[in-house]
Design a protein around this ligand. Structure first.
Ligand code: CP
Length: 310
């Protein structure tokens, strides 16, 4: 496959291994721009990227903005609280009005699953990128996670990956599971039963019964944030108990492969899903994930707007 045939990036569901590889290869080739003194190339000069975030974000929003700027695209950002959504304008009307100003890409994060798909059906020209929709998918996070794993392990097929924590509410877990399965890794999950989706095995994962079982022989551990903003009911007794049973500490890693890497999408609740000692060990690739987020988003903007490999 030499080209890119998608207008939108709505999820990893339905993406082929070849498409994912094209994104990762493109990100790998663009990544060195971020290490230059002058971090800018003219590739997307004259193109416009709108960041439209209905939910808070540190990493995703700033890396989309940096990615666009480093490729010389113009950007502007809109948040729900400062837009006319506060006056009752609908999501579709907002998108149509934004599109009237001729942006090339609209990046959207929304608390409702399917919001980017709705926009994709209503906009006529712009590309839509899903920056996280409710508990559904976070495809750019999934791609930056795959890039980080591939950099460390040299491959994605045949790896053993543990995803631990709040699987039910995690769009990060969903995209990671889809992407890892597509690329040939095996995924096991571990967390409180109340934070595992019903029939979780149908996602193509196995379920571990203990931390030791979850970590046995794994190449990669992906810890998830406890999403207190999405936990409407009390789904576990206390954060203290959660930390004791499901939090990761350095001594747990004796079960994993010696070169295991530990990932987290951020923001981390230190002392809940991971002990603070996890931040500093040789296993932590958390800030590499953030750095790769810029490269992956540069790659997606490039592919969506040019339709070809660099
Ligand atoms: N990983 C992630 O989506 O972080 P933000 O919520 O800060 O964008």
């Amino acid at each position: 496959m030499s080209g890119w045939n998608r207008r939108h990036l709505l999820g990893l569901e339905g993406m082929s291994a070849a498409e994912i590889e094209l994104v990762l290869d493109t990100a790998a080739s663009l990544k060195e721009i971020n290490q230059r003194t002058i971090k800018k190339v003219p590739t997307l000069r004259g193109r416009t990227v709108v960041n439209f975030f209905y939910e808070p974000s540190t990493r995703t929003r700033s890396s989309f903005e940096l990615a666009a700027k480093r490729l010389s695209a113009d950007t502007f950002s809109l948040s729900a609280s400062t837009s006319s959504l506060t006056k009752g304008e609908t999501l579709v009307d907002t998108a149509r009005n934004l599109e009237a100003m001729a942006p090339d890409v609209i990046v959207i994060r929304h608390s409702s699953a399917g919001a980017p798909h709705l926009l994709a059906r209503h906009v006529k020209h712009a590309s839509i990128i899903n920056a996280g929709d409710g508990t559904h998918e976070h495809p750019t996070q999934g791609l930056l996670d795959l890039m980080t794993i591939r950099e460390h392990k040299g491959r994605l097929d045949g790896l053993e990956v543990a995803i631990i924590g709040d699987i039910a509410h995690s769009r990060v877990a969903r995209s990671a599971i889809i992407g890892l399965n597509t690329m040939g890794s095996r995924v096991r999950v571990y967390g409180p039963r109340t934070l595992l989706p019903p029939a979780v095995e149908t996602l193509g994962v196995s379920v571990a019964g203990s931390m030791a079982e979850a970590l046995e022989g794994v190449d990669v551990v992906m810890m998830l944030r406890v999403q207190r903003e999405r936990l409407k009911d009390v789904l576990f007794p206390s954060l203290r108990e959660y930390a004791q049973r499901f939090g990761l500490a350095p001594h747990h890693l004796k079960h994993a492969k010696p070169d295991v890497i530990v990932m987290h999408p951020g923001p981390v609740n230190w002392g809940v899903e991971m002990s603070p000692a996890m931040a500093e060990g040789p296993w932590s690739v958390i800030l590499e994930q953030v750095a790769n987020g810029v490269a992956v988003r540069m790659a997606l903007l490039y592919l969506l707007l040019t339709g070809e490999a660099p």
